[in-house]
Design a protein around this ligand. Structure first.
Ligand code: FAD
Length: 341
């Protein structure tokens, strides 16, 4: 794949280290940040270099300790009341300032709404590229030290590996749930440095007055239990059965694309290649056949339980436990049993 790679003529030797943007909201880091630190650690070790993290926000000092516990060697903190809410301009200015000062060879962001916005804004100002929405990240060792950023392409039919041969830093956003965070290690030690902002008044001109939470939204990426349903449910009403089971288990409801396309449930519930990639502790696949476009989004779940009336359904190849039978009988019985315990 990379036989054709040539060592570039530019001297990027001053650029070293992997930098992870730790995304937070109200002082809580998004899990994708720790997943990226895990992958960043693997890349940094392969390149024999250091792993850095950056946290920007209002009251975020505690996150520096977390970033070290999840693998960072050095954490840059930029804390100020006016940085409490994410806005493109001040955050991207700070990131560019940091990149200029620290010269990382690789910078990674979660492919969240914020991560996509921020990485895109930075890439338009730096003479470098950005690979969006990656699902695989690897590196070539010396001398090229190239980031091999892979993502689905051509209507998700093939994987493309995108290289940034000419410039540094090499930047990518990565999907949540794809990479594994390292186990938290509170004994790890790391350096914490303050990033002094060089922002002017103009950079923080836009003010956030209020956040209105969408009460109907579902957070699949952070859910520990997902009860997902597919075409086998036969219509929107059967999702009520799944909601009851999810409620009893403290989880949320997911869906296959077939169920979403049929209009039985909103797209924010969709798991898979064109939906969310999830990594819950427990995933129920109910009336879902197990098409590859679905399983790429959920096969990293710790425990998968499939319920399907077809014993040959491909989902059983991924499931740790399988129940062959009619979901309309099994799900209510399961909910009853969970409630009873
Ligand atoms: P089906 O494949 O129709 O399976 C329904 C299952 O329900 C069957 O296995 C059946 O045995 C079972 N069943 C029926 N009745 C019962 C019952 N009473 N009790 C128990 N079991 C029952 N799909 C996704 O999910 N997510 C994606 O992000 C996604 N992205 C895609 C992107 C592209 C480019 C393409 C081409 C496809 C994508 N798909 C995606 C669609 C995917 O290929 C499948 O079509 C889809 O996942 C099938 O959904 P399903 O399993 O619910 O339906």
């Amino acid at each position: 794949m990379t036989d054709a790679v040539q060592v570039q003529e530019y001297d990027w030797s001053g650029y070293r280290g992997v930098l992870i943007y730790v995304e937070q909201r109200e002082g809580r880091a998004k899990p994708v940040s720790w997943q990226l630190l895990g992958q960043g650690r693997r890349l940094a070790d392969k390149l024999h270099t250091h792993l850095m993290a950056v946290v920007i926000g209002g009251q975020i000092e505690h996150l520096a300790k977390d970033a070290v516990a999840y693998g960072a060697d050095r954490v840059y903190i930029c804390e100020a009341p006016e940085l409490r809410d994410y806005r493109t301009r001040p955050y991207s200015r700070l990131m560019m300032q940091l990149i200029e000062e620290v010269k990382p060879e690789i910078v990674l962001f979660g492919a969240t709404a914020t991560g996509r916005d921020l990485a895109g804004a930075i890439a338009t100002h730096l003479p470098t590229g950005l690979t969006a929405d990656t699902t695989e990240l690897d590196v070539e060792p010396d001398p090229s030290r190239l980031l091999l950023a892979s993502r689905p392409a051509f209507s998700e039919k093939m994987m493309a590996t995108i290289l940034c041969k000419q410039y540094r830093p090499q930047m990518a956003t990565a999907r949540a749930g794809v990479f594994e965070a390292l186990p938290r290690d509170n004994q790890r030690s790391g350096e914490v440095l303050r990033l002094e902002s060089r922002m002017g008044e103009d950079d923080i001109a836009a003010k956030v007055l209020d956040f209105v939470r969408d009460q109907t939204s579902v957070n699949l990426e952070e859910a520990e239990v997902i009860v997902a349903g597919g075409r086998g449910l036969g219509g929107p009403d059967a999702f009520r059965l799944l909601e009851e089971l999810a409620e009893a288990m403290g989880g949320v409801v997911g869906a296959s694309r077939a169920a979403v396309d049929a209009g039985w449930i909103g797209h924010e519930h969709q798991v898979g290649q064109t939906g969310y990639t999830v990594r819950p502790k427990l995933y129920f696949a109910i009336g879902i056949s197990g098409a590859v476009q679905h399983t790429v989004g959920m096969s990293n779940a710790e425990l998968i339980i499939a319920i399907n009336k077809d014993k040959e359904a491909p989902i059983f190849q991924f499931a740790h436990y399988g129940i062959v039978g009619d979901l309309f009988q099994i799900v209510p019985a399961l909910t009853e049993e969970v409630k009873r315990r």
